[in-house]
Design a protein around this ligand. Structure first.
Ligand SMILES: Cc1cc2nc3c(=O)[nH]c(=O)nc-3n(C[C@H](O)[C@H](O)[C@H](O)COP(=O)(O)O)c2cc1C
Length: 235
């Protein structure tokens, strides 16, 4: 057995050598939740000529942001990269994973550690809409400012990353329901990405998501047996 250590670029691109049947990703005839969840797969081959409609992208993002977040602070921000030139710049940063240049859009999901500063606006709107007493909202906003404002950067980043993961999943399911495919990516150089795309210090990268029209299906799912994953009541 070879003991040669592979680079992360070799590891990430090895997947393209695997013998996946040359079939298109499944077109769904139902957007029933269970069908969408079952049929979403990480797709790594995209039609580079596919034009992603602005309104479809918007609908996907609008659905994604319905995800829950800590204190409803919605810390997710999206850097949407669609220009070919920009995707080519991102390609080597993302270890030359081909989907980066071929997918219609790369969505960098970012988590804002300063998102708590919007609490007044978020809860103010709920008051204006008559769905919360002002007194209650004020209490809530003060507590949020105190709590989130005193978190360490590491803790605040953890919170933003959890919420960022939820919005990312919802984005990928929404895309599948709209007949598109995605692959989440953690295989990229975060430091280079931040520098190259001028990401502000308060925005912490969650993941990149390639979005587009898949031309080759992803692997069929295999998952660990559920019973091995469940512990009842306490460890
Ligand atoms: C946080 C995260 C990072 C990932 N990074 C990459 C990546 O850089 N490149 C890639 O091809 N797939 C990446 N994947 C996709 C996983 O390999 C894939 O989700 C897993 O094999 C399960 O397959 P499925 O998504 O088709 O169900 C990533 C997935 C997650 C959740």
């Amino acid at each position: 057995m070879s003991t040669k250590q592979s680079t992360s670029e070799e590891y990430l691109n090895k997947v393209n050598e695997m013998d996946i049947p040359n079939i298109q990703p499944k077109e769904l005839d139902s957007t029933d939740f269970f069908t969408v969840a079952r049929e979403r797969r990480s797709v790594r081959y995209y039609d580079p000529s596919y034009k992603l409609d602005d309104s479809v992208l918007r609908e996907i993002l609008e659905t994604a942001v319905l995800a829950p977040s800590s204190s409803n602070l919605q810390p997710w921000r999206f850097l949407v990269i669609r220009e070919q030139e920009k995707k080519e710049i991102l390609l080597p940063i993302a270890k030359n994973q081909k989907q980066v240049s071929d997918a219609s859009a790369i969505i960098a999901v970012l988590g804002d550690i300063d998102a708590y500063k919007n609490a007044g606006r978020i809860y103010g709107e709920v008051v204006e809409q008559g769905r919360m007493e002002k007194e209650f909202a004020d209490f809530y906003v003060n507590t949020i400012n105190e709590h989130y404002g005193s978190l360490s950067e590491e803790h605040a980043t953890n919170v933003a990353l959890i919420d960022g993961g939820l919005v990312s999943m919802q984005l990928m399911l929404a895309a599948k329901a709209k007949g598109l495919d995605t692959v989440p990516m953690g295989g990229y150089d975060q430091k280079q990405f931040i520098e190259t795309f001028n990401v502000p210090a308060n925005l912490k990268p969650v993941m990149l998501i390639a979005l587009g029209k898949g031309v080759k299906a992803g692997f069929e799912k295999n998952r660990l047996p559920l019973d091995e994953l469940i512990t009842e009541e306490s460890f």
